[in-house]
Ligand binder design. Structure first.
Ligand SMILES: [Zn+2]
Length: 76
């Protein structure tokens, strides 16, 4: 026989977002909702010199614009 009870579960809640480039905090509009920002995640694969590495970063809109404006080929 098994008897089950209730147990409070902990979960991760994002509390703030900071731009990796300039260090500016992304404004939180209301609980759980932030001004728009760019988020990237990359898991490097076997044929990469960075094999096994997982990177992630966030950029505010200004830093995102600076990054894409530096591209040789513009965004479409
Ligand atoms: Zn920034």
């Amino acid at each position: 026989m098994r008897e089950y009870g209730m147990k409070a579960q902990e979960s991760q809640v994002m509390k703030k977002v900071v731009c990796n480039c300039c260090g500016k905090e992304i404004p939180q509009i209301r609980e759980g909702i932030w001004a728009d920002y760019f988020h990237a995640e990359k898991a490097w694969g076997y044929l990469s010199a960075q094999d096994g590495r997982q990177d992630s970063f966030d950029l505010c809109e200004d830093c995102y614009k600076k990054m894409v404006n530096a591209f040789k080929i513009p965004l479409q």
